[in-house]
Design a protein around this ligand. Structure first.
Ligand code: SAM
Length: 241
C-alpha cells in the first residue's frame, strides 16, 4: 500500500470522545474504535476526551484494533462552553416526541440539568424507561455536537410541588409582567420552568410565587409548549457569555 493510504497519527482536537472517567489509560469499546478507524486515525493521533461532568483533556491514541482502542491521557483542557452558573430546565411532560427536540436545543443552549415535571394540566402522566434513555442519548449527542464538556442530567419526573431550587427560578407564564432581564443574576444558579400544552394552573403559579419564583413574560404571543423553553433559555444564556 502506498504512502498516505493507511491510518496515521494526526492531531484531531475536533474529535471528541465521551468517556466514563479521565483515568491515565482509557480503554474504548468496539463502537468508538470503529469511529476512529473511519476517521483513519492511527496510534499517535491526539484527540480530546471528556467525562460529561465538566472535565476535558487531550489524549493520545496508543492502540487501535477491530476489538477496541486504548488512549493515554494528556494535559487537562479548560472547558469553555459552560454557563457562568448552572442552568436547570424544569419542564412539564409534553406529548409525542416534543421533549426530544427540547432536550437537543436546551443542551445546545447550555443547560446542566433537565428536570421533568408532572403538572395539573399535563396530558402526559408518565414517561417510559425507553423514552427516558432515548432523551439521555439525545442530550449526550447534542453535548458532543455543541463541544460541551457537560452532558446534562435528565431527571425522572417529579411533581411540580416537589421542585426545589437555589438562586433564581424563572416561571414562564402568559400574562406575567416581569421581564427576565430585570431579575437576572449570574452570581447564583438559575432554573427556568415552562408548562405543558394546557399551561400551569393558577394554584401552581401562586404556590411557586409564594416560594419566591419570578413569573416572567416571553412577550405578548402564546408560544407552543416546545418553543417556550427555548425562547426562555435563549434570552438568559445570551447574556451569560
Ligand atoms: N393556554 C395556556 C396558558 O395560558 O398558560 C398556554 C400554554 S403554552 C402553550 C405552554 C407554556 O409555554 C406555558 O405554560 C408557559 O410556560 C409558556 N408560554 C407560552 N407563551 C408564553 C408567553 N407569552 N409568556 C410566558 N410564558 C409563555
Amino acid at each position: 500500500m502506498g504512502a498516505g493510504h493507511g491510518p496515521r497519527p494526526r492531531c484531531r482536537m475536533s474529535v471528541r470522545i465521551k468517556v466514563d472517567a479521565l483515568t491515565p489509560t482509557i480503554e474504548l469499546g468496539l463502537r468508538e474504535a470503529r469511529h476512529l478507524q473511519v476517521l483513519r486515525l492511527g496510534p499517535g493521533a491526539v484527540l480530546r476526551v471528556f467525562d460529561g461532568q465538566g472535565q476535558e483533556a487531550e489524549a493520545t491514541l496508543t492502540e487501535l484494533s477491530e476489538l477496541g482502542a486504548v488512549l493515554a491521557l494528556g494535559a487537562g483542557v479548560q472547558a469553555t462552553a459552560e454557563t457562568p452558573q448552572p442552568v436547570t430546565l424544569a419542564i412539564a411532560l409534553l406529548k409525542g416526541d416534543k421533549l426530544s427536540d427540547v432536550t437537543r436545543a436546551a443542551t445546545e443552549l447550555g443547560v446542566a440539568r433537565i428536570q421533568l415535571l408532572l403538572t395539573r394540566h399535563a396530558d402526559v402522566r408518565e414517561i417510559g424507561t425507553q423514552k427516558l434513555l432515548r432523551l439521555r442519548r439525545v442530550a449526550e449527542e447534542a453535548s458532543k455536537q455543541s463541544r460541551r464538556a457537560v452532558t446534562p442530567e435528565l431527571l425522572e419526573p417529579i411533581s411540580i410541588a416537589d421542585l426545589s431550587w437555589s438562586g433564581t427560578l424563572f416561571l414562564a407564564h402568559p400574562g406575567s409582567r416581569a421581564l427576565i432581564t430585570d431579575h437576572l443574576n449570574w452570581n447564583a444558579p438559575i432554573t427556568v420552568l415552562t408548562g405543558p400544552e394546557g399551561g400551569f394552573s393558577d394554584a401552581e403559579v401562586a404556590q411557586l410565587q409564594e416560594r419566591g419564583a419570578v413569573a416572567v413574560t416571553l412577550g405578548p404571543r402564546i408560544l407552543r409548549a416546545e418553543t417556550a423553553p427555548i425562547a426562555l433559555l435563549g434570552a438568559i444564556v445570551a447574556t451569560g457569555v
